[in-house]
Design a protein around this ligand. Structure first.
Ligand code: FES
Length: 113
């Protein structure tokens, strides 16, 4: 199941997409793409803090940030290393990159059906 094109991530760094009733954040982490459920472990709301948009990266582009109360998450595994939910993690989804296409990796424990 296609999530986005690699070039979209190269240009923007992060995207939010809806698939099968779930909202996912797709981020570029070097040569890799990562996907997480758009649900902050602090209060189970979107990381956009109610403002919408597609940019969920810090100005340094080295972590995800929740616009709600500023929690910071590692790109590689979604672990929260600062903020009100420090020590908890975003829910990850396995993704695969096939050339210019980023796909959800079905059959690897992902919740999407
Ligand atoms: S809702 Fe994400 S830090 Fe509070």
């Amino acid at each position: 199941m296609s999530l986005c094109s690699w070039s979209e991530l190269v240009e923007r760094g992060s995207l939010r997409v809806s698939r099968c009733g779930q909202v996912l954040l797709i981020v570029r982490d070097g040569a890799f793409a990562r996907a997480y459920l758009d649900q902050c472990p602090h209060n189970l709301a979107s990381l956009d803090g109610g403002e919408g948009g597609q940019d969920f990266l810090t100005p340094e582009r080295d972590a995800l940030i929740c616009r709600g109360h500023g929690a910071l998450f590692r790109l590689r595994d979604g672990y929260c290393f600062a903020g009100p939910c420090a020590g908890r993690s975003l829910i990850p989804f396995a993704v695969e990159r096939h050339g210019q296409i980023v796909d959800i990796a079905l059959g690897q424990g992902n919740m999407l059906r």
